[in-house]
Design a protein around this ligand. Structure first.
Ligand code: HEM
Length: 180
């Protein structure tokens, strides 16, 4: 529940902070396309790990058996060697390149990869896309009172899922019919 909800919250914060990107049509176009393939191609087989070699080689280094290996996907997604201007909110980047975010493109591993990848990825993508489309189609979103969009606090509150340190506050104004 939190993963989908906070993804929508972060996305709304980015959209309010970058008003030029707040066209619902634009967002619909720029969500990376879903592909038909299944995420989990084989049932997880933890038992097979028991007979795995004592050591496995990762990028030339031997990792002792039983080690916990963490892949820092947060850092990969912000690495300028991987993404041009990674901190810039520019959803068009997903139109310019073919990026599969469901575990096949290691530049963007929002849902993990391989046998422990998120089994709810399709649902999560559909939920976030639907929430964003509805919120942006029907309302114009602005920061409350005199607050400036650029002042929205984008710092993170690390945890099992990454909440916004300061939950986003925004005022919803109905689109006039002529805007629709
Ligand atoms: C935007 C939404 C979501 C994101 C970003 C997300 C992300 C993730 C990530 C990164 C993992 C861990 C992968 C790993 O261990 O390497 C995961 C696992 C998991 N997710 Fe999601 N998820 C989302 C939505 C959902 C939804 C909607 C469901 C279920 C209805 C779900 C169910 C699960 C389950 C059961 C696991 C554990 C899989 C396992 O360890 O075998 N997720 N998710």
């Amino acid at each position: 529940m939190d993963t989908s909800a906070i993804t929508a919250e972060w996305a709304m914060a980015e959209m309010i902070k970058n008003p030029s990107a707040t066209k619902a049509r634009f967002l619909t176009l720029t969500i990376p396309p879903m592909r038909g393939e299944r995420i989990i191609q084989a049932a997880p087989s933890y038992a097979s790990n028991a007979s795995s070699p004592i050591q496995r080689k990762i990028r030339g280094n031997y990792i002792p058996k039983g080690s916990n290996v963490h892949v820092n996907v947060w850092a990969v997604a912000r690495d300028p060697a991987v993404w041009k201007n990674p901190l810039e909110f520019r959803p068009e980047r997903f139109l310019e390149e073919n990026v599969d975010m469901k575990g096949h493109d290691f530049r963007l591993l929002s849902f993990g990869a391989r046998r422990q990848a998120c089994p709810g990825a399709h649902l999560g993508i559909n939920l976030v896309t639907s929430m964003m489309n509805h919120l942006l189609h029907h309302f114009v979103w602005t920061p409350p009172q005199e607050a400036k969009p650029e002042k929205i606090d984008m710092s993170e509150n690390p945890g099992l899922v990454t909440y916004m340190r300061t939950p986003v506050h925004a005022v919803a104004t109905l689109h006039l019919p002529s805007d629709l």
